[in-house]
Ligand binder design. Sequence first.
Ligand code: FE
Ligand code: FE
Length: 285
Amino acid sequence: MPESNVAIESAPLNGLDEWEEDVLERYPDKDHKFRDYAADVRPTVREFYRLNHTHQTLDFVKAKKEKYCNLQMGERSVWEAMDFLNTLVDDSDPDVDFTQIEHLMQTSESIRKDGHPRWFILTGLMHDLGKVLCLYGEPQWAVVGDTFPTGCKYSDKIVFSEFFKDNPDFQVPEYQTENGIYEPGCGLDKVHLSFGHDEYLYHVVKDYLPTEALYMIRYHSFYPWHREGQYEHLINDQDRENLKWVQLFNGYDLYSKVDTRPNVAELRPFYEELIAEFFPAKIRW
Ligand code: FE
Ligand code: FE
C-alpha cells in the first residue's frame, strides 16, 4: 500500500479530539444546541466509524490486549506519560486547540471545583493517558471511538451500527446471538469491548486506584452502556453499582471544556503531590 493510503486508513480524523467533539454533538448539554446528528455528521467522523466498526473484531481485540495490556512498553512516571501524550499534535490548527495536558487539567479542575475526593480529581487528570497508543503507531480507530462488546450481537443503539455489516464477525453466527460467547450476567470484566485508550489505561492503573476510578477509566467511552442503557444482560451487580460513577464522570469528561486555558505550570505542584499519593515514582506502561 502506498504511504498516503496508509495515512488515510489510519487517520481519517483531524486529530483525536474530533471524535470527542462529535460525541458532544451527539449528546449535547444545555449549552450545546441539538442538531440533526445523522444529517450533519462530518465525513471524517463517518469514515472513522466505518473503519472502527469494520476492523474491531474479537480476534483484533484479543491481539491488542495481548500486545499492550501486559505493560511491555517501558516505565514512565505519570507526569512523563502526560508530557509524552502532549507530543501528540495532530490537529490542523494547534495554536487554537488546547494541548492534551490542558484538556486533562480542564477535566480534573472542574472535578476539583465541585469538591470531589482526591482519587476522583486524579482520575480526571489521567483518564485519557491511554491515548499514547497513537504514539505507539496504532490507528485512530484502535485508540478512540465509542466502545462496544465484541463476540456478541451489536446493539442498534451503537452509533453508525450499519457499518458492522462489513465486520468479519458479522458472518460468525456464534458471535451474533444476544449473549454470543458470554454467559448471561457474566460482568463487564469478562466482556471483550472494542480496543482503545480506556482498556489500555485500566491495565496501567489497576493496582493503584479505587474500584470506582477504575470503572470511570475503563468504561468512559462505553456510551452504548452508560448513555444508551444497552447490554443489561451481560452486566453483574458490581457493574450495576458502579454505573452511577461512570455516568457522573461522563458529565465532566464531555462538558468541562471551557475557553480558558488552565495554568499548567502553576497547577503542577498540586498535581505532582496528588500523583505521589497514589502512584510510585514510575509505573509500567
Ligand atoms: Fe477518553
Ligand atoms: Fe476524555
